[in-house]
Design a protein around this ligand. Structure first.
Ligand code: ZN
Length: 413
């Protein structure tokens, strides 16, 4: 059985990695030609497995293995197949292909589930196109308003409406809150860790108990544009050193609040951006994540106080906008226990941990019982061409999924 799972998983990874717009790494942005090809390939595989296939108007795909007892709630599993610019072959893909391979394996064993098993491929998990992560799962769970969607534009100024039309879809037909939580038993997502912990500890399977959520802000510090040569140092209102101080303050704060806190300034622009001009203003992004809202809010509040103090001491002004403020998600505790036991029975080393990166499971957890499993990432690298997970770990992840399906979806009487 293992050899066949290994070959099939390798085939999936190899084929999907060819649907890319760049030669270096995998670039598969949602609604692009490559994304449509990859979706077509997955739907073909679902067809081969005789799953009932549907796709909604935002582009989420569902492959359903019908259960024998329609009164039972359905079990959901899956992830995403879009990839960021020069990303890797494994992010998201692993959760989709392991689910399909698990079904293939169970079908070969001649098994028939009692409850429906739904393999879901969420659209636009990566924020590459519209700057918002988990778009597909957020639409499915009613977390994004219809009017909000109409304002979405990509970096070329094309609206979501225009882009969907090209793909033969209509924004007005997007089924808001299509997901019926009362009809769902639970959701389990398998994903690569995207960090170094499992590999470092020599662990096979990470079982996530809480997913950290981001608060994303945009901050502008205003100074006075002057000549860089003729303005004495003590007469300047230079916003850049203030932004640098803010970056150091963020680093200090996240280190002092808790070991799970992280803070990043990933984008900064200096205006007018000329070497011989003191800038008029500096604009930067702030991404703060933690596993509890209390700790995260504390960092946000303290950072804003620091920025207020830094700018006032330097005679500058500032403004900020909070672009998103997601809530950290606790994974289903019962599910965590069940997964721990399954790993033990299979002889796999497991480790309960939190997830610093968000996933569709974070969105689903707001309305259904959700769990998230990790397999190790080579050197912890992800969102990069060298992203890699050893096949042995992919097989182990798939086997845990197979056994979880067996306990949750078969012999429920
Ligand atoms: Zn992912």
């Amino acid at each position: 059985m293992t050899a066949e799972i290994e070959n099939n998983l390798k085939d999936y990874i190899k084929t999907l990695s060819t649907y890319t717009s760049t030669e270096e790494g995998v670039t598969r942005v949602v609604y692009s030609e490559e994304d449509e090809h990859a979706k077509h390939y997955i739907k073909q595989k679902m067809f081969d497995l005789q799953l009932e296939i549907t796709e909604d108007e935002i582009g989420n795909i569902f492959g359903i293995w019908k259960g024998t007892n329609p009164s039972l709630k359905s079990f959901w599993t899956g992830s995403h197949i879009d990839a960021p610019t020069h990303g890797g072959k494994y992010d998201g893909v692993v959760g989709v292909i392991s689910a399909l391979e698990a079904i293939h394996h169970l079908k070969q064993e001649g098994m028939q589930p009692e409850r429906d098993i739904v393999v879901v491929v969420f659209a636009a998990e990566e924020p590459t196109k519209f700057g918002i992560g988990c778009l597909g799962s957020k639409v499915l769970t009613g977390k994004v308003e219809k009017e909000e969607l109409k304002n979405f534009r990509d970096s070329n100024g094309h609206s979501l409406d225009e882009i969907l039309k090209k793909a033969g879809k209509k924004i007005d037909e997007i089924p808001y809150q299509k997901l019926q939580p009362e009809r769902i038993h639970s959701f389990l997502e398998l994903h690569i860790e995207q960090g170094p912990i499992l590999e470092r500890k020599n662990i096979d399977i990470g079982i996530v108990d809480v997913i950290a959520a981001p608060t994303e802000m945009n901050v502008i510090i205003y100074g006075e544009q002057r000549h860089a040569g003729s303005t004495p140092m003590d007469e300047r209102k230079d916003p850049y050193p203030a932004a640098a101080e803010a970056a150091l303050a963020l680093e200090e704060l996240t280190k002092s609040v808790s070991s799970s806190s992280v803070g990043t300034i990933g984008n900064i622009s200096v205006t007018p951006g000329t070497s011989n001009v003191i800038p008029s203003h500096v604009e930067f992004s702030v991404d703060i994540r933690d596993t509890t809202t209390v700790k995260k809010d504390k960092i946000v509040t303290c950072l804003l106080e620091k920025i207020r103090d830094i700018t006032s001491a330097r005679g500058l002004t500032y403004s900020y906008t909070i672009q998103s403020n997601d809530t950290p998600s606790k994974m289903d505790e019962q599910g965590v226990e069940k997964l721990k036991n399954l790993c033990e029975k299979l002889g796999y080393k497991s480790y309960v941990m939190n997830s610093g990166a968000y996933h569709d499971a974070m969105v689903l957890a707001s309305c259904v019982r959700a769990n998230l499993l990790f397999v190790p990432s080579y050197k912890g690298i992800s969102h990069a061409p060298s992203e890699h997970t050893d096949i042995i770990h992919l097989i182990k992840g798939t086997k845990v999924l197979i056994d979880y399906m067996k306990t949750e979806c078969f012999n429920q009487a």
